[in-house]
Ligand binder design. Sequence first.
Ligand code: GLU
Length: 447
Amino acid sequence: MEVKKIMAALEAKHPGEKEYLQAVHEVLESIEEVYNQHPEFEKAKIVERIVEPDRIFTFRVTWIDDQGQVQTNLGYRVQFNSAIGPYKGGLRFHKAVNPSMLKFLGFEQTFKNALTTLPMGGGKGGSDFDPVGKSDSEIMRFCQAFMLELWHNIGPDQDVPAGDVGVGGREIGYMFGMYTKLARQYNTGVLTGKGATWGGSILRPEATGYGALYFAEHMLAKAGKDLKGKTIAVSGFGNVAWGASQKAKELGAKVIAISGPDGVCHVADGLTDEMIDYMLEMRASNRNKVEDMATKFPGKAVFTAGKKAWSIKCDIALPCAFQNELNGDDAKELLANGTWCVAEVSNMGCTPEAIKAFQDAGILFAPGKAVNAGGVATSGLEMTQNAMHLGWAGEEVDQKLHFIMESIHNACVKYGTQPNGKVDYVKGANIAGFMKVAQAMLEQGVI
Ligand code: GLU
């Protein structure tokens, strides 16, 4: 395999699909050497097959807003790869959603899910519906219209969507209600991230953030460090940032910055439990403004418009919001301020320039598909509980999440340890995930 040749062919076939091409390039670069030691992969054209989704559904979603106006959005489901299990991955509702974004996310999901140790293939979906400023009734009507189209193509052993940016417990509830009405079956395992009283797993809402901090604990321990007393900058204030802030505080670190599209809040004394709880209200309000934190807690949170979390001096940076939210200039600023660890909690949160800057500087860096896998892993645990028609206690789920994050860290160490003894977590995660999916594809023949 030659990365350049494959990328050139893909660029010609999918022009302008920026995020998708970026995600594929990162994985292929990491696996090139190992792949070329496996002529059986080359013979079965595994790389050429693994970079293309199995199929993509595109559909129109029509709904009526609070003013009685007809609105039209586009809906998608990318069923990327089902070599190791049913398609699994979230739905993203965001105005910038397009096929490139969902293909990158589905591609990443395939390897992330392989890392979790659970039998889940990769999928992703969503819509260009913009939840900002929408009322609860509008959200409900949109979710119902979206499910009206999607329901035929999903199922507990077929494809299991969940949340992502713009889709949380509320949206999953509205979609599940509509699914049940259409299917005339209580298929609990058709979606994950459900409410705790109707088949949802305890700890699923917290799992992405908690898992990220468990992973960070292992990464720091391997480097002879720990979280106690360390300062952390977090981007975003959604579900992921909320869980990460909670666990960071519990483990003795101080979250001193959170950010939003409007700017950053500097919290010199660290987020309090009350402030962390308030993040949930900020998310539910659909205002998408981090300034609300400063308004609610004057004097404690200081808002600066137009600045990112990466402008605040911190030990550890946790991007928790969106792809490419931390670029080369941000990386320079962080490094100049002495940041020594960056763990991507968002999917592809750092640009290639930023990752290169961190790696050149020799600081700790781990990619989203390893760090944030606790979310989908706990979705996998929800599927297991649903299939058994029972629910585990929080301690049991947490214990399993701990075990999974430790296994992912071990896999990164196994495949990513460099001759100098340092761990390249990007390489480690990509090779470990790839090898598992590639081997399964090989064993299942050319299909
Ligand atoms: N959207 C999350 C992710 O990026 C979770 C997906 C899921 O739980 O299926 O992994």
